[in-house]
Design a protein around this ligand. Structure first.
Ligand SMILES: [Zn+2]
Length: 82
């Protein structure tokens, strides 16, 4: 398949793994250092699936629980109005 060959070519030239998003890329490129330096980081919580604000169970795919997700939406709205 042409697309797959192109993808492999790009990967070979850049000599790095493609990540689905920048958060994953950051995590994978820094995980050794991060895990050593801090025990309970934002990324650890994200990995564990707990809210980064309160430690409750986070919603699927995001780093906040339902309560803090709603609060976050509120913050974003305020930020846009300013
Ligand atoms: Zn929370």
């Amino acid at each position: 398949m042409v697309f797959k060959q192109l993808l492999q070519k790009l990967k070979g030239e850049k000599n790095e793994v493609e990540y689905p998003n920048r958060f994953l890329k950051f995590y994978h490129t820094n995980k050794g250092r991060l895990l050593k330096e801090r025990k309970s980081t934002y990324l650890d919580k994200k990995k564990q699936g707990v809210c980064v604000r309160c430690g409750n169970k986070a919603l699927e795919g995001i780093v906040f629980c339902e309560y803090h997700q709603q609060k976050q939406i509120g913050y974003n709205k305020k930020a846009r109005i300013k």
